[in-house]
Design a protein around this ligand. Sequence first.
Ligand code: C5P
Length: 230
Amino acid sequence: MSIVVAIDGPSGSGKSSVSRRVAQRLGLAYLDTGAMYRAATWWAVHEGVDLADTGAVAALVRDMVLVMVVDPRGPQVWVGGIDVTAAIRETSVSTAVSAVATNLDVRAELARRQRAEIAFQCEPGSWADGRGIVAEGRDITTVIAPDADVRLLLTASEEARLARRAREVHGSDDAAAVEATRDQVVRRDADDSAVAQFLTAADGVVTVDSSALDLDQTVDAVLGVVERTL
Ligand code: C5P
């Protein structure tokens, strides 16, 4: 039997760390769909395409050779044969990614690839040998895998999300670091929410609020939901 776990949430909600650990604990593959939008953004900038030229960006993404490792212990990303695992996390990409993610033709292409990967990991012979996958992003519970076995929205207060992202990016959550992170969290979520519903849970989606939980506690809360749902 294969299991698909869909997890959505805003930036700084801890989605990626939590999803990776949940996938490891359950022996499932892991798909970071945000990394796909980040890779598309990095590639468009690398190729000198104006991000405002929606037709050119969409054409580039349709031909993009993107390879992602679905092993939750070490997700790596290559685009056009270049290892961009670290580069796609840089602030320049975080700042620009919403412009690419709100391009509906880009979304259609990446959605097609995401659905194919989810289906593939439910087949024998795949990395997870058919056990299934944890897929995380902004529209997984609603658009990509609305029929997933488990559908979760991972949220946290704006304050907690800003502090988390500030520690990740600046190594501190003092006032200056939090302010420097605000654009990457608050503005990005506002832009992204124009094309995906992840600020509130859709029908049938279980909310886990991690504001007062550490990583282990959040992982346990998510695993609890998985156990109760299956
Ligand atoms: O999760 P992460 O912060 O890496 O996502 C990067 C960006 O990718 C988001 O800000 C959003 O613009 C886009 N994204 C999306 N749909 C998804 C996953 C990510 O639009 N399913």
